[in-house]
Design a protein around this ligand. Structure first.
Ligand code: SAM
Length: 211
């Protein structure tokens, strides 16, 4: 679906088409297993859970729900209206603001107000020509001392990849935070279905200058 959509005028439309064609069956959504991302869960362990968190491309909302249960005030958005309606119904008992928004055209009032911005598997799921426009939208969202965390796959030299997902280069991953201060970066290697999966989790903080 992704490859076919790339040749059309809207290369992101396949997300909505996939959610819609799944007919409400979560097993049809390849990135969704009902659990929050385990690297994000570990990363959050020593972080204070206070303030406003924004979940980018939230899909069926597992990460948003996890953050809300920890005590964050959560807004979660996705480009797919079907995903947002679905996530809202799955997590209807939680106080989460669900929004249909496009990372490429975010509301102006979202600039500079988030204590935490979470990006899990979005940048690796969109074509490079969109990714290079989308990633720079993330750092300006942070409030002073706010944190940005990004999770995905890292590429290995020599791998031939027909994405999505498109594993990201280490150099590119480092660039996601722009001018923010890099506070952590890990490259865990996991085994899934007998194959090595090379992942990353990287975080930055907006530390305002003193003058
Ligand atoms: C691979 S899925 C990951 C979903 C979720 N973060 C997770 O880990 O389960 C990528 C998600 O990004 C959303 N997405 C893609 N492009 C987007 C954009 N420009 N703005 C907002 N959401 C987008 C898709 O609809 C999809 O839900």
């Amino acid at each position: 679906m992704a490859m076919e959509a790339e040749s059309r005028s809207d290369p992101l439309i396949w997300f909505e088409e996939l959610y819609r064609s799944s007919g409400g069956n979560e097993e049809m959504i390849p990135w969704s297993n009902g659990d929050p991302n385990h690297l994000l869960v570990e990363w959050l362990e020593d972080k204070p859970c206070v303030g406003r968190a924004l979940v980018v491309g939230c899909g069926l909302g597992e990460d948003a729900a996890y953050l809300a249960k920890l005590g964050w005030e959560v807004t979660a958005f996705d480009i797919s209206p079907t995903a947002i309606g679905w996530a809202a119904s799955i997590h209807k008992d939680l106080d989460i603001e669900w929004r249909v928004e496009d990372l490429l055209e975010l509301p102006e009032e979202w600039r500079g107000v988030w204590d935490l911005v979470v990006e899990v598997h979005i940048l690796q799921a969109i074509p490079e020509k969109i990714r290079v426009v989308a990633a720079p939208k993330l750092p300006p969202l942070l409030a002073p001392n706010g944190r940005l965390v990004s999770v995905g796959r890292v590429d290995r030299a020599g791998d031939e990849v027909q994405g999505p997902p498109w594993p990201l280069s280490r150099e590119y991953i480092l660039s996601i935070g722009g001018e923010l201060e890099l506070t952590s970066i890990l490259f865990p290697i996991e085994i899934a279905q007998g194959e090595e999966v090379h992942r990353y989790i990287s975080s930055w903080q907006f530390i305002p200058s003193e003058n």
